[in-house]
Design a binder for this molecule. Structure first.
Ligand code: 5GP
Length: 170
């Protein structure tokens, strides 16, 4: 199945000059979503991880079905202030200002072999912050996995773990 035919390029979103890759048509097509999750699950299986982490919010739409499919636990990395109880946080710089990601402190066990999942790799800033956060809680981050990778932005150069991606755009 040609999964790219279910990804919609939206020009000038969220800002003029940006081409946004919209995954909504893929999610709206149950076969396409299932095929995508099957292919990503196979890539992840080869890494030997035992836990899945998803990045808010579209990353959850990949990570949760992958966790169920692979029979693994799942935890959420969220923007600050959205998770209850004890959290660990990591702040990172953006083009303008900064942002903070959080995870609940007790979900990932020290030494646990983790894959971090998001829908799309652009500059790599978001994934890099999530990986640092996970290392702060003692995780052994084995891979970063994406449905889509924007090759021209070279985000994988920012990541010091193997990068798995299903659909690549130049
Ligand atoms: P990065 O931090 O790698 O520059 O940006 C990746 C993050 O921004 C991901 O969490 C992703 O959801 C979001 N993102 C950036 N550009 C796009 C896009 O074109 N399509 C989608 N679906 N998400 C994007």
């Amino acid at each position: 199945m040609d999964l790219k035919s279910h990804i919609r390029g939206v020009p000038d979103y969220p800002k003029p000059g940006i081409l946004f890759y919209d995954i909504s048509p893929l999610l709206a097509h149950s076969d396409a979503w299932a095929v995508a999750m099957g292919r990503m699950a196979r890539l992840i299986q080869e890494t030997g991880v035992d836990f899945i982490v998803g990045i808010e919010s579209r990353g959850f739409l990949m990570a949760a079905p992958l966790a169920l499919k692979l029979g693994l636990g799942f935890a959420m990395v969220r923007k600050k202030g959205k998770l209850p109880g004890d959290v660990v946080r990591h702040s990172y710089d953006l083009e303008y200002g900064s942002d903070t990601v959080e995870i609940q402190a007790d979900l990932v066990k020290p030494g646990q072999r983790v894959v971090v999942v998001d829908d799309l790799l652009a500059t790599g800033g978001t994934m890099n912050a999530a990986i640092k956060l996970l290392r702060d809680v003692g995780a052994d981050v084995r891979a970063a996995a994406f449905l889509i990778e924007l090759d021209f932005l070279e985000g994988r150069k920012k990541l010091d773990v193997p990068v798995l991606s299903l659909l690549n755009y130049d």
